[in-house]
Design a protein around this ligand. Structure first.
Ligand code: SAM
Length: 281
């Protein structure tokens, strides 16, 4: 995330740094919940938390992440960095966390869905996801979603094929983890990382490609998998967006766009949506 070539993190940090005031202005004098879906290490969210706490906003920060270690580490760090902050971390899948929270929510919510996590869904899945989120929220609630925009293909390719090979290691790590946690016997040297941009789907796609004919055993499921030379394992989608895609996604799922926050290079967009619920919607 800190790599120069992996631009999304720097872009979104730029956006939050330059618009933290505008976002804080949305809740002047009104208590609210700040929900962080897939909060991770929360390093970019800290930019917002600094602004909100400095201005003495009355809010509860609710990070939701499926990774227990992520929630624990972040909560510990927040206690040290923002001792006054009320934090209620939830270790859960996105919607289980939202459902749990919605039972007690008696204030307006601002939901953060940062890091272009939405881009990991296929386009139809992204619609279902945003509509499900809408179902859990009340009219007037806000959602700030990070979208990685379509741009110079070389820039996108560079982010997934960086010169230090970090993204390659990130992808290969799947095989290490299958070996370690599921008793697999993948020989890493027989695989290569391959990431490419698909013009038709508009997504960066990551693969692990078998270099040779090979059999791999995974003890946990007692199964052997045969791979032909050049056979791929598809590991990730990262869909890229046009502003028009984002507008139709909001409209189709019951939201109204309140603000579009771009970074200075217009590589990335944090789009602020308001939940609207009218009869018939
Ligand atoms: C790419 S990181 C983004 C972290 C942070 N929001 C940011 O923008 O820097 C994605 C995070 O989402 C979490 N995550 C992925 N799928 C999830 C799910 N279905 N439910 C809850 N958390 C999930 C991961 O554990 C990870 O911490």
């Amino acid at each position: 995330m800190e790599l120069e070539e992996y631009y999304p993190t720097a872009c979104e940090r730029w956006i939050l740094t330059h618009h933290a005031r505008d976002i804080a202005d949305l809740f002047v004098g009104e208590p609210f919940n700040l929900i962080d879906l897939g909060s991770g290490d929360g390093s970019k969210t800290n930019v917002l938390l600094s602004e909100l706490t400095a201005r003495k906003h009355d809010f509860t920060y609710i990070p939701i992440d499926i990774s227990e270690a992520a929630v624990q580490d972040q909560t510990k760090q927040l206690r040290a960095d923002f001792p006054e902050l009320e934090v209620r971390g939830i270790v859960a899948e996105y919607f289980n966390g939202l459902m749990w929270h919605s039972q007690f929510a008696n204030k307006r919510n601002l939901v953060l869905f940062l890091g272009s996590n939405v881009g990991n869904f296929r386009r139809s899945e992204a619609r279902t996801f945003m509509r499900t989120m809408w179902n859990f929220l009340q009219p007037g609630d806000l959602v700030l979603t990070g979208f990685d925009l379509k741009k110079n293909i070389d820039v996108m390719m560079g982010a997934y094929n960086d010169s230090l090979g970090i993204t390659k290691q990130f992808n290969m790590n799947l095989l290490h983890r299958i070996n370690k946690e599921l008793g697999g016997n993948f020989d890493i040297s027989k695989w290569r990382h391959y990431a490419t941009y698909d013009l038709f789907s508009g997504a960066m796609e990551s693969y692990l490609v078998s270099r040779v004919a090979q059999d791999v055993e995974v003890h946990a499921i007692n199964q052997v998998f045969h791979f032909d030379p050049f056979e791929p394992i598809h590991t990730e989608y990262s869909y890229k967006f046009l502003e028009s895609d984002i507008i139709s996604l909001a409209e189709d799922t019951g939201f109204v766009i309140e603000q579009q926050y771009y970074d200075d290079r217009r590589y990335f967009l944090d789009s602020l949506w308001r939940v609207e619920k009218r009869i018939g919607l």
